[in-house]
Structure formats: structure tokens, C-alpha cells
Design a protein around this ligand. Sequence first.
Ligand code: SF4
Length: 334
Amino acid sequence: MENHLVEVEGLKKYFPIKEGVFSRTVGYVKAVDDVSFSIKKGEIFGLVGESGCGKTTVGRTLLSLLEPTEGLVKFEQETLYNTETGEKIKKSDLQKLRKEMQIIFQDPYASLDPRMNVGMIVSEGLRKHKLVKSKKEAVDKSKELLELCGLEGGNVHKYPHEFSGGQRQRIGIARALALEPKFLVADEPIAALDVSIQAQVLRLMSNLKDRLGLTYLFISHDLSVIRYFCDRVAVMYLGSFVEKASTKKLYHNPLHPYTKSLLSAAPKSDPAVKKKRKVIKGDVPSPADPPEGCKFHTRCTYAEEHCKKERPVLREVQPEHYVSCHFVEKINSL
Ligand code: SF4
């Protein structure tokens, strides 16, 4: 669709489990298991779920850092992968496309090379793609990008260890913006930061989105951050979406038992507000051996015999509100 920047259909990413001296494949970790969604231009689409649910793998597959096992991935209506027809983007086209899609990493300490000064870090992509003609141009461009991200341009000669966590994340964002991308995957961008700094970085990302017309895939385990920042959200469990809706709908009227439990477990800002916690029983099963039928049945208080046998599909239960549960109408008296 024309106003959609990213389109994903039936995306699967399985990682082989190798064993023995001959490295024989003995199974697969189903990190992403049949996921479909699209992101409109200028939208912030959130992916939320417990760690290990496949959020990061979705982001990396969209950026073509990983090749999908199955499914269709389109960016600006151009097909990157379509396993059904065997289409795959050429390496040369992928290089060009990489400029349009960038990533902001979780850990601003680990993602910046300590041996490079900030100017070198920020201008790395520009130099690699030969978009600057001289060292001076690279330095000037780096200064401009740092200032865009709320840091002084004079910082170009400093090294990463001279900055705080929040400042390093601003450097990471400046680096991501250097090639003037249209789409950013922000993978837990504030998870490693102090709470006092988190809001500042989110505000910066929001301002940059408006100013530069960016589109985000925002990955987080933190429901309150997603609520504050995203337009639409998908809740992931063991590699699949269990619920997908606008942020407003999902937070005002969560319909899937897993989403309800996650929201009831999230801390409330007002301690006077008493709430009934719906504690999720048991541990998350292994993605190498997910349960048959509904993947959530081993932990769901509403599970019936049918849930153990048949996997529910993600279906539109209310306008633009998708849920994957056999008994969603009964549970919510719809
Ligand atoms: Fe629970 Fe069954 Fe719905 Fe799965 S399909 S969420 S087990 S009620």
C-alpha cells in the first residue's frame, strides 16, 4: 500500500540447533513464527513482550541483517524478500537501501567503538558510502548531526568514555541519522539509561521524527514506554503476535489474556490506585519447543482442551483490533 513504508507478511525466522561433530541440525529455535504487520509512513509502531520473545529478530530481519526463513518483506513497496516467489533483493540494491534504514542500539556503551572519536563514529556511514569528499566535510557534518541531537558540535574530537549514558545514546542517534534514513529500528533504546534520562531521549526521538519525517519500529519490554511513545503496538509471545491494535485501544481495552496479565503487572504511577494483579503462572516455554495449539495455553487461566490442539489465528475482533485467542469473545463478553 502506498502510504505504508514497511510491509511484512507471514514472516518466520528459525535458527537451526546444531549438535555433534558433524554439526547436524537437530531442531530449530522458532524466534519469529508467522508474523504480519505494516508500518505507515510517519508512524511509530511498537513491539512489546518479555525478553526472548522475538522482538529483536523481527527488527533485524526488517533491516536485512538477517534473512527470513519464510515470508514477504517490503520496504517502500520494493520487495526485499518473498520466499514464496523466490525473490530476493540484489546485494547492490541492498547497499543503497541500507541508507534508508538504520538502527539505534540498546546499549550506548557497547555500540560505540572506544578507539574512535565521536566525529569518526558519527561520520562512519558517510565515509563508507563516499558521501563526504574531505575530512573537513566529515567533521562539519558530524558537528551538525551532534547539534541536531542536542550535543555541542565541539564534542567531535572527544571519545565515547568522556560522555554519560544519555549523551552516548544521543551520539548513537546522530550516527543513525547521518545517512538521512526514512526508517529507524529503535531496539530498547532507553533500557540501559537512568530513568531521569529516559524521558529526554524519548523527547529527542519524538522531535526528530516530526522534524525529519521519520518512521520508527520501537522495540521495548516496557509497557509504559510503549504507551507514551507509540501509535500502534503488537504484543509478542514466543515469536508470534497475540494482540495488535492502536496504543489507545490496546491499553484501554486489552483483550488477550497475556496482554491483560502484562498490563496488570505493570507498576502504576499512583500508589493510591489499588489493582488486581493477574499473575502469569509458570515460565515462558522454550522457542525451540513451543507448546502445541495456542502457545500461551500452558500459562493461561482461561485455557480449555481445544486450546491445546489448535493454534488460534490473529483475527480482527473489533475494528483494527486483532487478537489471537479462540475464546476472546467469551473472556471479554464481546
Ligand atoms: Fe488462553 Fe485458549 Fe485464548 Fe490461548 S486460545 S489465550 S489458551 S483461552
